[in-house]
Design a protein around this ligand. Structure first.
Ligand code: HEC
Length: 150
């Protein structure tokens, strides 16, 4: 990856913690089994339509890094894999853990850990101890990603 891209990615990762806090809550417990989390964080399935809207929302910053099957959106990122076919490549359980804590798969990743405390850089004091996304938002995005099949 070119040096400039790495800088841009670091800026995105640092600002994402500030951007996404609407509605965030205290962390719920979850069980990591193997390379995933099998159970829904909320105990209920997510809503794929809401998940799609969240992935496209400026606040999650997903498409600053990723591209995907989003014909209505002109500007999409090229710092990360295209999300098309993510539902073929990963199980729901793997998708859930990746969103919650991408750094578990790759400690060097630029992808933010969306449902974890403790290693985010420069988290504002009001946000300390709170995840970036809520449990329900994680489940909505997981439900959407699972529909992305080639
Ligand atoms: C700052 C850049 C960045 C942001 C923001 C980001 N990601 Fe990622 N994502 C990555 C990178 C880079 C990878 C490749 C694997 C790795 O390095 O962790 C990745 C991997 C993934 C994968 C696995 C892709 C595959 O099929 O191989 C999924 C799914 C994913 N991200 C979803 C999301 C979603 C959903 C969001 C928003 C909630 C998001 N990402 C936000 C950078 C980002």
């Amino acid at each position: 990856m070119a040096r400039t891209s790495v800088h841009i990615a670091a800026l995105i990762a640092a600002s994402v913690a500030f951007a996404c806090h609407a509605g965030a809550e205290e962390l719920l417990p979850y069980n990591i089994a193997g390379d995933g989390i099998a159970e829904s964080l909320t105990g209920a399935p997510g809503d794929a339509a809401r998940g799609r809207a969240l992935v496209l929302a400026r606040t999650t910053t997903c498409i600053l890094c990723h591209s995907g099957p989003f014909p209505e959106t002109r500007f999409q990122g090229d710092l990360a894999p295209d999300l098309s076919g993510a539902g073929n490549r990963w199980t729901v359980s793997q998708l859930r853990l990746r969103l919650i804590d991408a750094a578990r798969f790759n400690p060097e990743t630029i992808m933010p850990s969306y449902y974890r405390n403790g290693h985010l850089v420069r988290v504002g004091r009001n946000f300390a101890g709170k995840p970036i996304l809520s449990a329900a938002e994680i489940e909505d995005i997981v439900a959407f990603l699972a529909t992305l099949r080639d």
